[in-house]
Design a protein around this ligand. Structure first.
Ligand SMILES: *Cc1c(COP(=O)(O)O)cnc(C)c1O
Length: 370
């Protein structure tokens, strides 16, 4: 349903030849440094404001260890939205936190810092991880206010937020760290990779240390840590992906536009969600009911079209997380029941888009046959 397309072998070759010449394969080598510096320029951050990492999850863990640190008996809890990809929870748990799942806002599918502050008992909470759902912006200023008021560490899971951070750096970046994923399925991808972004250079140093065995400038381990370093090979893909980003981004945006024009004049256009409202790797349809979503999935499968509930049924319903603390989750449950991910690819053919649109209309369009 999503066919990623990363830089072709010949585009990697000039970068790979540099690795042959330097014989440096990891440990913040020249390509990782160049990739970090070019990303910093791309986002308008100081060069030291980008910490490249081996995955989005590694970047999240680095950001957690560098802000909240590991869970403690006084602060054992991490608040995470129930409506997200599993990695949000995995990162908090890897740092020792017990998870508490809370519901998201029905408009933007994200945690609301004001509601959290007003309605929640935050005793024992050491960490909050707001998520940029489907690559939407997370309001940096609102979360900084929350952090300053409560003293609770905040780390943004902005895994799919490459594009919104590019277009709105002043709204999305600041002292609160933001972790991006460069997984193959994200708009901007390197295979496996990620980075953590911040305007706080001291925090950036602590994050770089946390993903490098606690080492910084010496071989003395100075902090809680993992090995979350980006290899030179993945940095090579990142450099080639940056070289071709304008073209890839344009192709992905055209797919979103293609869907919109195919749905124009139907009742489904207002239920369709794609770039630029969300990251360009997502094309989503919000069904009216759970029954509609199931009917749609049967129709898509019948036409040989892939689909995905990107965030599954919600984190609380994974077997490993059964029985964990949570509030009532009506919005998460509704979204999980009704939001269906449709095919995307930078080279998705116009005829494929039309077939998906026809299938949507036949299955859940208002004009469908009874
Ligand atoms: C993709 C994604 C991740 C995981 O990133 P990896 O690079 O695969 O570790 C985390 N959180 C969210 C919300 C994601 O969409």
């Amino acid at each position: 349903m999503l066919r990623p397309q990363l830089p072709a072998a010949e585009r990697l070759l000039p970068h790979l030849r540099k690795i042959d010449a330097t014989r440096v394969y990891s440990n913040f080598g020249p390509l990782a440094l160049e990739f970090g510096a070019r990303l910093a320029h791309h986002f308008g951050l100081p060069e030291t404001g980008v910490v490249v990492a081996s995955s989005g999850t590694a970047a999240l863990i680095g950001a957690i260890l560098a802000t909240a640190g590991r869970a403690s008996p006084e602060k054992p809890l991490a608040v995470v939205p129930a409506f997200t990809f599993i990695a949000t929870a995995s990162a908090a748990e890897a740092c020792g936190y017990r998870l508490r799942f809370v519901d998201v806002d029905r408009e933007d599918f994200e945690l609301d810092p004001k509601r959290l502050l007003a309605e929640h008992d935050l005793d024992g909470v050491g960490l909050v991880i707001p998520v940029g759902a489907f690559g939407q912006a997370v309001d940096q200023a609102a979360w900084k206010k929350f952090r300053d008021k409560t003293g609770i560490a905040v780390v943004v899971d902005g895994a799919a937020c490459f594009e919104v951070v590019t277009s709105s750096p002043s709204h999305t970046l600041g002292e609160i760290p933001v972790a991006l994923s460069f997984h193959a399925t994200k708009s901007f991808g390197v295979g496996e990779g990620g980075c953590a972004l911040t305007r706080d250079v001291n925090l950036a140093m602590r994050m770089a240390r946390a993903i490098n065995f606690g080492f910084f400038g010496s071989r003395d381990c100075q902090s809680a840590n993992i090995n979350g370093k980006l290899s030179e090979y993945h940095a090579a893909v990142g450099l080639a992906e940056l070289d071709g980003w304008a073209e890839k981004s344009h192709a992905l945006l055209s797919v979103a536009e293609g869907y919109r024009s195919a749905l124009k004049g139907t009742s489904l256009l207002e239920r369709f969600l794609a770039a630029p409202q969300v990251a360009s790797c997502y094309a989503l349809i919000r069904c009216e009911t759970a029954t509609d979503a199931q009917r749609l999935e049967r129709a898509l499968a019948g036409n040989g079209i892939g689909f995905r509930r990107w965030y599954g049924a919600g984190l609380h319903l994974h077997s490993y997380h059964a029985g964990l603390e949570r509030e009532a989750l009506p919005v998460t449950e509704r979204l999980a029941d009704s939001l269906v991910g449709l095919p995307t690819a930078p080279d998705l053919a116009a005829s494929d888009i039309l077939l998906v649109a026809d299938t949507l209309n036949a299955a859940i369009g208002r004009e469908r046959r009874a």
